[in-house]
Write a protein that binds this ligand. Sequence first.
Ligand SMILES: Cc1cc2nc3c(=O)[nH]c(=O)nc-3n(C[C@H](O)[C@H](O)[C@H](O)COP(=O)(O)O)c2cc1C
Length: 224
Amino acid sequence: MNSLKSHQKTASNTSRILKVLLAAAALGLTASCAVSDAAAEKLPEVKADAYPMSLVEALQQRRSARNFKSQALTDEQVAALLWAAAGENRPEQHLRTVPSARNKQEVQVYALSAAGASLYEPATHSLKLITTEDLRPLAAGPQVNFAAAPLIVLIVGDNSKLGKREITYADAGFVSQNICLMATALGLSSRPRMTMEKDELKSALKLGPQLEIILNNPVGYAED
Ligand SMILES: Cc1cc2nc3c(=O)[nH]c(=O)nc-3n(C[C@H](O)[C@H](O)[C@H](O)COP(=O)(O)O)c2cc1C
């Protein structure tokens, strides 16, 4: 995790980063919810010694919560989760915490919260606001309880990068599992999910035809 030392420390809680992004939107970057030309916001550095739980303990404690408290996450927690999902651990070579077939890095993640949806940009460890619309209800779909989670990480595959969708699906599984394990290490919980309103999410995020929504991981403090 020391590899992220070059990344700047910035805001101290989730709302601060999201407020900056919302301010950019309010300055007229958009007439509707789409704000894809907003500047990206740096996330806090992920420190190796910040989370002392061992991997064995995380594996022992991992479980998929069904209900989440609405309690907000800190920026440090969000940063750690996104870095685990798709961040760079060897930035000089742009290699990631997750493996990918032929190193195509075809899986990208979006952070969905009450403040909107942002694309995680691994090379700069930052969030780029895409829309101020709260897309969590679409990610929850008919399992409406999951919309209460303060963060839902949406996992999207780019089918133009690898010939076979099933390989991209396999790569997406590594991303989802990294989120689950990091959530556990943070004292949080997650749940890998495939149930969601994929078409509406695609449209809200303006995803091109080559991009396929594969999984989502609500993350938060478990209610159960
Ligand atoms: C690929 C995949 C898709 C899943 N989709 C859903 C889902 O749509 N809704 C849900 O509530 N749980 C979903 N789950 C969670 C499983 O139901 C859960 O992992 C399983 O019950 C085992 O519980 P555990 O994770 O606590 O060990 C999914 C899990 C995986 C691996």
